[in-house]
Design a protein around this ligand. Structure first.
Ligand SMILES: Cc1cc2nc3c(=O)[nH]c(=O)nc-3n(C[C@H](O)[C@H](O)[C@H](O)COP(=O)(O)OP(=O)(O)OC[C@H]3O[C@@H](n4cnc5c(N)ncnc54)[C@H](O)[C@@H]3O)c2cc1C
Length: 456
C-alpha cells in the first residue's frame, strides 16, 4: 500500500470535506505523524514512564524523550502546529495541523516529541507574532530548535484569574529595568532545568482608566535572582513530572526593559492572540485520547476472560448502546473542532472566537464522559495504572479549566447570543405585520394569543 495516500490508516477518521482540503505536504505530514506515534511512541509508553519513576530523576526530562525529539526533528515533524502564515512555519494550516494533533493525542507525551506541546505551542506563536527580530533570535529560535523550553505565567492564587483584568503581580519600571513582585500559580517547574524562561503577565499601570491597558507581558529567565518555586501543584494527585505545575513567589525580580513584549499595557492583545489555536490543539488531542480509550473499551468488550453471566461484556444490550453513543459523540466532537480550525484559517482567530469557544466547552466535557464510560466498561483495572485511562480522564478534566474555565466561555457565548435577540424581535414583528396585512386582504379574522403582544 502506498504510504502517503488517503488510504493510509491515518485518514480513517478524517471527514471527506477535510480530506478534500489537504495539500500534498499535509498528507505526507499526517501520514508521518501517524507512523511516528504508532511505531515510536505508543509501544514505548512503559519505558518513558519508567525513566521518571526514580525520585532523583523526577524533574529531569527523560533520555527517551530527547532521543525521540531528535528523531522527530530529523523526520521534519517539529513545530507542525505553527500556521503557514508565519515565516517560521513548516507549512500546515490550522485545519491540517488539527488532523496531526488528534493522532498525537493518542499518547499524551507524543506532542512533546514533535515540539507541539502546551504551553510551548502558545508561547512560540506569541513570540513569532509579537516579538522584534532581536527578541525572536534570543527567545523564539531556541524554542523552535527545541534546545530550550518555556512556560506561561498568568494565574494567581489571590484573584479570579479567569478575569485576567484582576491579575495583580506588579511590574514596575526602575531605570532600564522592570521589577516584578507577586505570587503566581502554574507554569512549568523551575526544577526542570530545561525550562529557560517564563512569559509573565503582570500589572504595570494600575491607575490607567482603561482596564484593558493596565497589564504588560515580560520575559523572565528562570535563572533570574528572586524567583522561588514554593512547591509543585499536583493535578488530581498526578505531579505531571518532569514538567509539573509550579507555585512561585517573585520578590524584586529584575529584568531588562528590552524583555517587554510589544510594549507596556499590551498584555491583553497578546493573551488573546495566544489562546485560540492552543484551545483547538487541546481539543483535537482529547479526541485522539478518546479514540484510544474507546479502542481499549472495545477490546475489553470482546475479552474472552471477562464473561459476566457467561457472556462477553460487549454482548449486553446496554453496552452495545454505550459503544454506539461514544462513537457518535466522538465523531460529532471532531466535526466541531475541525470547523473551528477551518474558520480560523478562513477568517482569522478573532472571527473564529465562537467556534473556538464552542470546542472549548463541548470537547473536554464530552471527553470526560466518554473516558468515564470506557473506565466503567473496563472494570476495576480501568481505574488503575494498568491502563492509561485515569491519566486520560484527568487530562480531559483539567482542560475544562486550563486556558479558561468552560463556564466563562459559556458566559461569553450566552452574552453574545443575547445581543442577537433584538434582531429576532424585529424579524418576528415583520412576520406579524405581514400576517396582519394578509389577514386583512384575505378577510380573515385576526387571531390574538394570550400573553403575546399585538406586535409580535
Ligand atoms: C492543569 C492546569 C494547567 C494550567 N496551566 C497554566 C499555565 O501554564 N499558566 C497559567 O497562567 N495558568 C495555568 N492554569 C490556570 C488556569 O488557566 C486557571 O485556573 C483558569 O484560568 C481559571 O482561573 P482561576 O483558577 O483563578 O479560577 P477563577 O477565575 O477563580 O474561577 C473559578 C470558577 O468560577 C467560575 N467562573 C469564573 N468565571 C465565570 C463566568 N464568567 N461565568 C460563570 N462562572 C464563572 C467557574 O466555575 C470557574 O471554574 C492551569 C490550570 C490547570 C488546571
Amino acid at each position: 500500500m502506498p504510504t502517503s495516500t488517503l488510504s493510509h490508516p491515518a485518514f480513517t477518521r478524517i471527514p471527506p470535506w477535510v480530506q478534500s482540503k489537504l495539500t500534498p505536504i499535509a498528507i505526507s505530514k499526517i501520514t508521518a505523524v501517524y507512523d511516528f506515534v504508532e511505531n515510536e511512541c505508543i509501544p514505548l509508553e512503559p519505558i518513558m514512564k519508567s525513566q521518571i519513576s526514580s525520585p532523583s530523576s523526577r524533574w529531569t526530562t527523560q533520555p527517551l524523550m530527547h532521543e525521540l525529539r531528535e528523531k522527530a526533528k530529523a523526520a521534519g515533524l517539529f513545530n507542525l502546529f505553527l500556521p503557514k502564515h508565519f515565516k517560521e512555519s513548516p507549512g500546515l494550516t490550522n485545519l491540517e495541523y488539527a488532523c496531526c494533533a488528534e493522532i498525537m493525542g493518542r499518547v499524551y507525551w507524543a506532542q512533546q516529541t514533535m515540539n507541539c506541546h502546551a504551553p510551548e505551542t502558545g508561547n512560540i506563536e506569541l513570540l513569532a507574532k509579537y516579538c522584534t527580530p532581536a527578541q525572536k533570535k534570543k527567545w523564539l529560535q531556541p524554542l523552535l530548535d527545541g534546545t530550550a523550553s518555556s512556560a506561561y505565567s498568568m494565574t494567581e492564587p489571590d484573584v479570579a484569574s479567569s478575569d485576567a483584568t484582576q491579575i495583580g503581580c506588579r511590574i514596575t519600571r526602575e531605570g532600564d529595568e522592570y521589577v516584578i513582585n507577586g505570587r503566581k500559580l502554574y507554569g512549568n517547574c523551575i526544577w526542570n532545568s530545561e525550562n529557560k524562561f517564563y512569559i509573565l503577565m503582570g500589572l504595570s499601570d494600575p491607575e490607567n482608566p482603561n482596564k484593558w491597558n493596565r497589564h504588560s507581558t515580560v520575559i523572565v529567565p528562570t535563572s533570574t535572582p528572586g524567583i522561588t518555586q514554593v512547591r509543585n501543584l499536583t493535578i488530581m494527585g498526578y505531579d505531571h513530572a518532569p514538567e509539573g505545575h509550579g507555585e512561585y513567589v517573585y520578590k524584586d525580580v529584575r529584568v531588562p526593559v528590552e524583555n517587554i513584549i510589544l510594549g507596556e499595557g499590551r498584555a491583553f492583545e497578546i493573551a488573546q492572540g495566544r489562546l485560540g489555536p492552543g484551545r483547538i490543539h487541546h481539543c483535537m488531542r482529547l479526541i485522539g485520547q478518546c479514540e484510544r480509550a474507546y479502542e481499549l473499551a472495545l477490546i475489553r468488550c470482546i475479552d474472552t476472560r471477562k464473561t459476566p453471566r457467561g457472556k462477553s461484556i460487549g454482548s449486553f444490550d446496554s453496552n452495545i448502546e454505550r459503544i454506539a453513543q461514544m462513537r457518535l459523540e466522538i465523531d460529532q466532537a471532531r466535526l466541531v473542532v475541525l470547523n473551528a480550525a477551518d474558520t480560523m484559517d478562513k477568517h482569522g482567530n478573532k472571527a473564529g472566537r465562537y467556534a473556538i469557544a464552542q470546542s472549548k466547552i463541548l470537547i473536554p466535557n464530552m471527553a470526560t464522559r466518554v473516558i468515564d464510560e470506557c473506565m466503567q466498561l473496563y472494570g476495576g483495572q480501568g481505574l488503575t495504572q494498568h491502563t492509561p485511562l485515569p491519566e486520560m480522564w484527568t487530562y480531559a478534566r483539567f482542560v475544562r479549566i486550563a486556558d479558561g474555565p468552560d463556564s466563562a466561555h459559556r458566559h461569553q457565548v450566552g452574552r453574545d447570543e443575547l445581543k442577537t435577540a433584538e434582531k429576532f424581535l424585529e424579524r418576528n414583528k415583520e412576520y406579524r405585520r405581514k400576517y396582519l396585512k394578509a389577514a386583512k386582504e384575505m378577510g380573515v379574522e385576526v387571531e390574538t394569543f394570550h400573553g403575546v403582544t399585538p406586535d409580535v
